[in-house]
Write a protein that binds this ligand. Structure first.
Ligand SMILES: Cc1cc2nc3c(=O)[nH]c(=O)nc-3n(C[C@H](O)[C@H](O)[C@H](O)COP(=O)(O)OP(=O)(O)OC[C@H]3O[C@@H](n4cnc5c(N)ncnc54)[C@H](O)[C@@H]3O)c2cc1C
Length: 502
């Protein structure tokens, strides 16, 4: 049943990333009114694509992937005429060698000495035996990886990369990230995957994905275009600074500074800004213990070096994961391998080098030139991918709040913050930083579409997204996931009183 009586008249959406725009898209397509406030001079959040002298760069390659066919259909409608298909080729660079990912048996044997192969095999068998006889408590990220892959494979393929991404030892990180990202991805399934023909695979990792031809930002841009077309507002350069709660369903949001400062009043708030910030922006202010918990919800930041090259192609990879601690970047992608439209002509290519860091740390404090120089040195001297003379130029992009850090206390801190926010009628959270959940863009969009429908009075639960118990990339034979129907052709008509929830 649709509860039309409580549909808000004016929804204020904080943040114009995929989540906020998806809420606005769904709500306005069906006649609602929103104002979206965004601190940046562009829409897209982490899904922005920056341009530099005819080249286009995502903040780290963003692929579209979801197991939800309704969401795929929604995506195809939104991006009609702009989608290209990309073949996935991923590799891991470890100890000077390249390993295919998913793991290919021949590769491991070719690239590793027999003693290491035996060591990996025995440590995996040992942990499998141990877990089936007397399962050990999984207390942290290290425990979770070891329980799944054994100590040796953890040390070879997960330890260094995880510590690069998170900037902490795996013992100080929650196991939740591992269960979200690799549950069901056992050594057995990977080995089986490597041995079986594509037809025989019961469990497979996706090998092809959809991508917007001119960069991932086209997805948020398309949503923003529709919101504005529907008569609502997307205000850029409008950082939210405080939110006054006048009472149930009555908010005033202050944004911007100086001459461009302003405020807007509405009867519902949808927040995609970092969860801890939302709590701290609220007036009347929350209790000191809530403020403390809010401060403890930390993010990891990112510097990406966008390198322009006079070269046709560097590698055929979609992604290359780089483990060695001595190399400043953790991941590379070559935009031209995703879409030819990402480079000005076929004689040139480019690379995006992801350097994970925290504002103020050793990497963040380096100048753009120093970071770029270290990237070029590693590419030329260690990976042997380029010659220095092929570098045409670079651009550094500094991105804050890129990764919510699942430390050992994050769930308690979220619970404390939520105990305060839940007392404010009309506040809704959604998205990656907004819910402090390690969302992909499709999760944030799906959550947003569902929240849009919830605001329209439908009985749906947007918080159920990205809580599946198996790794999102694994497709089991015959599996289809459907949560809801989204707007346009498969949505019920606006005034319909019923909704099908699969
Ligand atoms: C390197 C990297 C690679 C990734 N690769 C993939 C991929 O391949 N596939 C995939 O699906 N996902 C990928 N992701 C994840 C994807 O980027 C996020 O899931 C998605 O952007 C989350 O959308 P969101 O709207 O929830 O949050 P965000 O994109 O973070 O949007 C939040 C918005 O709120 C704004 N904001 C914050 N504070 C304020 C304020 N005070 N006032 C106003 N506005 C504010 C921000 O500027 C931002 O625009 C990747 C992420 C990174 C960092």
């Amino acid at each position: 049943m649709v509860d039309e009586l409580n549909v808000p008249k004016h929804v204020i959406i904080l943040g114009a990333g995929p989540a906020g725009l998806a809420v606005g898209h769904e709500f306005t397509v069906q006649g609602g009114r929103v104002t979206v406030l965004e601190r940046n001079p562009y829409v897209g959040g982490l899904c922005v694509t920056v341009q530099d002298q005819g080249y286009k760069f995502d903040i780290g390659g963003h692929r579209w992937f979801t197991k939800n066919e309704h969401l795929n259909n929604w995506f195809r409608r939104l991006m009609e005429g702009e989608i290209v298909m990309v073949e996935r080729i991923s590799r891991i660079y470890h100890h000077g060698k390249f390993f295919n990912y998913p793991i290919a048996f021949g590769d491991v044997i070719k690239n590793t000495d027999p003693l290491t192969v035996l060591h990996a095999g025995f440590s995996f068998l040992w942990v499998t035996l141990q877990q089936s006889v007397s399962p050990k408590d999984i207390r942290n990220m290290r425990d979770a990886y070891v329980a799944q892959f054994g100590v040796k494979l953890y040390e070879m393929f997960f330890e260094q990369y995880s510590e690069k991404v998170w900037g902490k030892p795996c013992e100080e990180l929650s196991s939740d990230w591992v269960s979200q990202r690799s549950k069901g991805l056992s050594v057995f399934s990977l080995v089986k995957n490597a041995l079986l023909s594509p037809k025989q695979k019961a469990v497979s990792l996706i090998e092809e994905f959809m991508y917007p031809r001119d960069g991932y930002v086209r997805i948020p841009e398309r949503m923003a275009e529709d919101i504005v077309k529907a008569g609502s507002t997307v205000k850029l350069n409008s950082a939210v600074t405080r939110i006054v709660y006048h009472g149930p369903n009555d908010f005033e949001v202050f944004y911007g500074e100086g001459e461009s400062a302003g405020s807007v009043r509405g009867d519902a708030i949808v927040s995609t800004i970092p969860l801890g910030h939302l709590a701290r922006f609220m007036e009347p202010a929350c209790a000191p213990e809530v403020i403390e918990a809010a401060r403890r919800l930390k993010f990891r930041d990112l510097v990406t070096i966008n390198l322009r090259l006079k070269k046709k192609q560097v590698t055929p990879d979609t992604w290359l994961y780089v483990q060695d601690r001595s190399i400043i970047f953790g991941r590379i992608h070559e935009p031209k391998n995703w879409s030819k439209a990402m480079v000005p002509d076929d004689e040139h290519t480019s690379l995006v080098l992801e350097c994970f860091c925290t504002r103020g740390d050793d990497i963040w404090s380096l100048s753009d030139e120093e970071i770029a120089q270290r990237c070029v040195d590693a590419l030329a001297d260690k990976l042997k991918f380029i010659d220095r003379s092929e570098v045409v130029g670079f651009q550094a992009v500094r991105t804050i709040q890129a990764y919510p850090v699942y430390d050992m206390d994050y769930q308690d801190n979220i619970a404390t913050v939520m105990s305060f926010l839940n007392t404010l009628k009309g506040v809704h959270i959604v998205g990656r930083g907004g819910t402090f959940r390690y969302n992909n863009a499709d999760h944030s969009i799906e959550m947003g579409l569902l929240l849009g429908r919830k605001l329209l009075g439908y009985n749906v639960d947007h918080m159920s997204v990205n809580t599946e118990s198996t790794y999102q990339e694994i497709i089991k034979e015959g599996e289809t996931i459907t949560r809801d129907h989204y707007s346009a052709s498969d949505a019920p008509a606006k005034k319909s009183k019923t909704i099908v929830v699969d």
